[in-house]
Ligand binder design. Structure first.
Ligand SMILES: [Zn+2]
Ligand SMILES: [Zn+2]
Ligand SMILES: [Zn+2]
Ligand SMILES: [Zn+2]
Length: 106
């Protein structure tokens, strides 16, 4: 019938599903049981594994989504785990200078 769609990840196999996040057609090798294509999976937030990342943590380097991170300064974003380390751990105290803008909330 010529209705077969190609996987938009490998462009080699027939697509069997559509990614629930980006809408790409993907073959069985490139979609996971949660309905995510391998491209989205790679860019998924390392903390929640639910949302696409928007940035990476300045401290630990993991990619993080908006909800799982705190923007300390424009272009300086840390994950919520590292944010609490900044607050409570001496070894992260050099980052506390960024916390002035949060002073009201602390
Ligand atoms: Zn594929
Ligand atoms: Zn996708
Ligand atoms: Zn997240
Ligand atoms: Zn972090």
């Amino acid at each position: 019938m010529g209705m077969n769609l190609l996987c938009e990840v490998c462009e080699a196999s027939n697509a069997v599903a559509t990614c629930r996040l980006c809408g790409r057609n993907a073959c069985a090798n490139h979609i996971d049981s949660g309905g995510l294509c391998s491209i989205c999976k790679e860019t998924l937030c390392k903390l929640c594994s639910q949302r696409l990342s928007v940035s990476s943590c300045t401290i630990c380097g993991r990619i993080i989504c908006r909800e799982c991170s705190v923007e300390l300064q424009p272009a300086i974003r840390v994950c919520k785990e590292c944010f609490s380390k900044i607050l409570y751990s001496e070894s992260y105290s050099k980052y506390r200078k960024y916390l002035r803008r949060f002073a009201k909330n602390l």
